[in-house]
Write a new protein. Structure first.
Length: 1027
């Protein structure tokens, strides 16, 4: 270790000698003033400084300093640094002399600090590093130089001479951290010539002018009483410690002194680091060890100053920063080194945790399929979200028993299963000493999600993994028994999930190193006597890094709250646990305006009373996604009935197509545009010949109106043959042909021009499964029309599967025979595919194809635009030509570009995602499950359907087939309360209809059947096996 220059005393030339030498060698004169220095004698002479080097100083060292200053002046002329006076270095007896310009300003240590000044400090030193980048000099290579941070371990033995035990312990800990974290990375760190001594007395500060350049005020003016916003870094002096070392040392030294006596080392460090990297970026490896090196510099400063002060007790400069350095070192050593690493990255504008984005991306991917953390489906479970922020109602209770009683009352009021505590909420409930840190504020922002539920409830691993730790963190307000599991992303990146506030039984239920599968029980909810003194709950949080102690490893405890000012760092270390729990985002939103109680009076006042609302307890639905609908509380409901969202609620491809076209053009069909033609061709291609002419409307009702108009125009007739209990739309003409409307409450009865044929219902119909027998009633009805008007019917209209009739699948051959009779009577055959088309039946694109027929006209609606208002009529060229009798058919919005873009997108998704075959596969699975249920529930009279268009006919007596209307309504409401949506239909409202979006999965089907099983048990008094 090079210590001779430090072992030699400072020169002590008299003022007269200095003045004479200044005149003789450098031609300067002026008032003299001694300046502080560690090992040289520095004297201000007017506007210059004469520097008398220590007798042990090498000429080459001074040449290095001069070369560096000249280099910096050339590459960054505006950088305020000393300028070397000619003739350079001169000899005076045993000392080397030189003179430089005086840099004005007050020492950084003597002025009030501000974020601006610290940022400028970092930026200034970044300019120095940028200027020295590429500079070299033989004399800079001094690996054994005393102050060289690269060689910090060389002065480590001097720590043994520290008398105070606590002081010695923190100093030795800093050197150990350097050995563990820095030394192994030294080969990976860039080398450079560095100033290496930007201490708070070598950095100068002065008022800045409007141009940003330092003012020329005299150096000894009292800067400390100036407005801090007026202060700026005005210069850097003392290049005596220059050395070739690790580049990062420059900023580490700057931090070591720039953070002395600050209120918040992390916030202040952010100021300095951000300034530095704005001029000179650091590498990831350099940022990893930056704070470790700053702590090491403080430890070195303490032991070197202490060591040298014993040799030179009269040199007060040696101990000028020792107390402040020790205080700062204690603060740095109290923080986890990895936290400081992440703080440095955040300050440098990088993601604090390098692997954070990679982990979060995987957690959001389809490859991550977490199991439920509690033994209930949190997506469908009712929930109450509480706040523990200062002043919130929940904070009134300090007693955990009273707190839990209050929470249960909140749950009972809305039939909820769980209480949820928010992530990233600033709370007032953290009273333990462990929440107070080096920062000026306590750790008060919650970094997990709390799920409050009864003690003893099982807690489950959400992913497969390994038990990292099982410990009892038994301080008051702590976690109590805690399990931490280690998991891996698809590329092998580790992350961890902590489950806190568990029961003591957990401590022996799982063991460290144990492998667990997703869904395995890993613990139990603890009560307030063991869980840290809280109402029973599990605190769940994800950690992207354990920030383990480099000496003892991870001890099983981890912060569950962070300081408000440091949350940008904490949220990278501990991302939202909802990435795994997956509560809907609406769970955490302010939903007061969307509560049913708020909407119901407005609906009653603003909308017509003929509009009905589903379920006994009305739903306020705010969002849909896939097969799920979400209410105002974020509770999910499995949608088993809304066939309008054919390819899934808010399918991104459809949404994007609508948005893209809406931003481009939306007009009517009086102009040529390619979108309508592309879509018409694509749609017509899904039909058998000769169905290839398309008309676009805005709904299924409009489509059926147009179909009747075409039929009446080309036949010259008016009467219509329709099926019993059919429904075709909401217009006057369609209500008149819809027995489901005119033959029920509020209906006017059948109009004379409407002739009804029997509903071919294999379960309730008079002819069982005899399609031909039912079809004869079409001939009868056509004959009735002939008798009435002498012409016969214009049209025979029928759904390809009866929806409002009770999801009735017609007997084989029925439509072929019915169409034969209708056409024989001169009628046009209309297939209403508004509900059942677009691959829903699974075996074919259109339900009529399963009957082996080709209609004359097909009407489409509901699923055609996935919720966008769109309908269509597809017919033959012959009928289209006959319809063109001179009267224009025009629909203002029908066929507009946006609607056509939506329709095209739906067809593309059906093809791309194989939804037709999916409907068949999932539909068959669901049909089998429902048939199995029928064996255990006597209330199920019949299960029927095709693909994902199914019905369950509920009866109170299987022998008489008496419809169980009340039971059906109760089942629908019970399912709603369990997060599953179905509805009832049929002439007696006793048929449970199932027609979900085609993205419905086998898991969804199993949820439906499981909940339906329970609902039937509860809705029916007793059950019996089917005969």
């Amino acid at each position: 270790m090079q210590t001779s220059v430090f072992d030699s005393p400072k020169p002590t030339l008299t003022d007269d000698e200095v003045a004479r030498l200044a005149r003789e060698h450098f031609g300067i004169s002026g008032p003299l003033r001694d300046l502080d220095s560690e090992r040289d004698q520095n004297v201000q002479v007017g506007d210059h400084v004469v520097k008398i080097a220590n007798e042990a100083e090498q000429r080459s060292t001074l040449e290095l300093q001069h070369a560096a200053l000249q280099h910096l002046a050339a590459v960054d002329p505006t950088l305020p640094l000393p300028r070397v006076l000619p003739p350079g270095i001169v000899q005076h007896q045993g000392n080397l002399l030189r003179a430089v310009t005086f840099v004005r300003g007050a020492p950084y240590a003597t002025v009030p600090q501000s974020p601006h000044l610290r940022h400028q400090l970092g930026r200034f030193m970044g300019r120095v590093s940028k200027g020295l980048h590429g500079f070299g000099h033989p004399a800079a290579h001094k690996p054994d130089f005393l102050w060289n941070l690269d060689a910090a371990q060389a002065v480590r033995p001097w720590a043994a001479g520290i008398a105070n035990t606590d002081d010695r312990a923190v100093i030795e800990a800093a050197f150990r951290r350097h050995s563990q974290r820095v030394v192994p990375l030294l080969p990976m760190l860039r080398g450079a010539v560095v100033h290496h001594d930007a201490n708070d007395y070598n950095v100068l500060v002065d008022e800045h002018t409007t141009t940003g350049t330092p003012s020329s005020n005299v150096s000894d003016r009292n800067v400390s009483d100036r407005n801090v916003s007026d202060l700026d870094v005005s210069g850097l002096i003392d290049f005596g410690d220059m050395v070739f070392a690790r580049q990062v040392n420059e900023l580490a030294v700057t931090l070591a002194y720039g953070l002395l006596d600050v209120d918040d080392v992390v916030a202040a460090g952010r100021d300095i680091i951000s300034g530095y990297v704005s001029e000179f970026p650091l590498t990831a490896e350099e940022l990893r060890v930056l704070y470790d090196l700053a702590a090491t510099r403080l430890a070195m400063s303490f032991v070197i100053s202490l060591h040298r002060s014993r040799e030179f007790p009269d040199n007060e400069y040696l101990l000028v920063s020792q107390a402040s350095a020790l205080r700062l070192l204690r603060r740095l050593m109290s923080l986890r080194p990895e936290f400081l690493h992440f703080a440095a990255r955040e300050a440098a504008g990088l993601a604090p945790v390098p692997q954070h984005d990679r982990i979060v991306s995987w957690l959001q991917s389809a490859d991550c399929r977490p199991a439920a953390v509690l033994p209930l489906d949190l997506r469908r479970a009712g929930r109450v979200v509480i706040s523990l922020a200062d002043g919130a109602p929940a904070t009134r209770f300090t007693d955990p028993v009273e707190s839990w009683d209050w929470m249960r009352a909140q749950m009972d009021a809305v039939d909820a299963a769980v209480v949820v505590g928010r992530y990233d909420e600033d709370r007032s409930c953290y009273a333990g000493e462990q929440f107070h840190t080096d920062a000026p504020e306590p750790r008060s922002v919650h970094t997990g999600i709390d799920l409050f539920i009864g003690e003893g409830t099982t807690v489950h691993a959400m992913l497969p993994g390994t038990v990292e730790t099982v410990v009892d963190n038994d301080m008051a307000y702590d976690y109590g028994p805690t399990v931490v599991l280690r998991h891996l992303t698809g590329d092998g990146t580790p992350f961890w999930v902590l489950y806190g506030h568990l029961s003591r039984a957990t401590l022996t239920f799982v063991r460290q190193g144990q492998q667990v599968a997703a869904g395995d029980v890993v613990g139990f909810i603890g009560d307030h006597t063991v869980n840290g003194g809280w109402a029973p709950h599990v605190h769940v949080q994800i950690m992207t890094d354990l920030m383990a102690d480099p000496e003892v490893g991870f001890d099983g405890n981890f912060e569950g709250a962070g300081e408000p000012s440091r949350m940008a760092i904490w949220k990278s270390i501990v991302p939202d646990a909802n990435l795994l729990i997956r509560l809907a985002p609406e769970t955490f939103a302010d939903h007061r305006a969307d509560q049913p109680a708020a909407l119901e009076p407005r609906r009653a006042a603003d909308l017509g009373p003929s509009l009905s609302t589903s379920y006994l307890h009305h739903l306020s639905i705010v969002r849909g996604e896939g097969a799920w609908l979400y209410d105002h509380t974020g509770r999910g409901y499995l949608d088993c009935v809304n066939n309008v969202a054919h390819v899934g609620h808010a399918h991104p491809h459809v949404v994007q197509a609508i948005a893209r076209q809406a931003a481009l053009l939306n007009t009517n069909t009086r102009y040529l545009h390619r979108t309508i033609l592309d879509y018409a061709e694509r749609l017509a291609a899904t039909f058998p010949e000769p169905l290839r002419v398309v008309y676009f409307t805005n709904s299924g009702s409009e489509a059926n109106e147009l179909a009747l108009r075409i039929a009446r125009t080309v036949t010259g007739r008016h009467d219509v043959v329709a099926l019993e209990w059919g429904y075709h739309g909401n217009t006057n003409d369609l209500v008149e042909i819809s027995a489901y409307k005119f033959n029920r409450k509020g209906g006017a009865g059948r109009s004379p021009h409407v002739h009804l044929a029997e509903l071919p219902d294999p379960y309730r119909g008079a002819h069982g499964n005899d399609g031909a027998a039912y079809a004869r009633s079409v001939a009868t009805a056509a004959g009735s029309a002939l008798e009435r008007n002498g012409k016969g019917p214009a049209a025979f209209i029928a759904e390809s599967i009866s929806g409002c009739g009770g999801q009735v699948v017609f007997p084989d051959g029925y439509l072929a025979a019915a169409y034969h009779h209708a056409r024989a009577a001169g009628a046009v055959c209309i297939a209403d595919e508004v509900q059942v088309g677009f691959g829903r039946v699974g075996t074919s694109m259109w339900a009529f194809q399963s009957q082996g027929v080709v209609p004359d006209i097909v009407t489409l609606g509901k699923p055609i635009g996935n919720g966008h208002p769109l309908g269509a009529v597809v017919t033959t060229p012959a009928l289209a030509s006959a319809f063109a009798n001179g009267m224009e058919w025009f629909n203002t919005f029908g066929g507009n570009p946006v609607s056509c873009a939506a329709g095209m997108a739906v067809l593309e998704v059906i093809d791309a995602e194989g939804l037709q075959s999916r409907a068949l596969t999932i539909g068959n699975h669901l049909l089998t499950r429902l048939q199995q249920l029928a064996q255990h529930h006597g209330a199920i009279g019949d299960v029927r359907g095709a693909g994902l268009y199914l019905g369950i006919d509920l009866v109170s007596d299987r022998a008489t087939k008496a419809p169980a209307t009340t039971v059906a309504a109760e089942v629908a409401n019970r399912l709603r309360d369990r997060g599953v949506l179905i509805s009832t239909d049929g002439p007696h409202d006793n048929v449970i209809k199932i027609k979900p979006p085609l993205v419905f999965s086998s898991d969804h089907a199993d949820i439906l059947c499981s909940e339906l099983d329970q609902a039937l048990h509860r809705a029916v008094a007793g059950s019996f096996a089917a005969p």
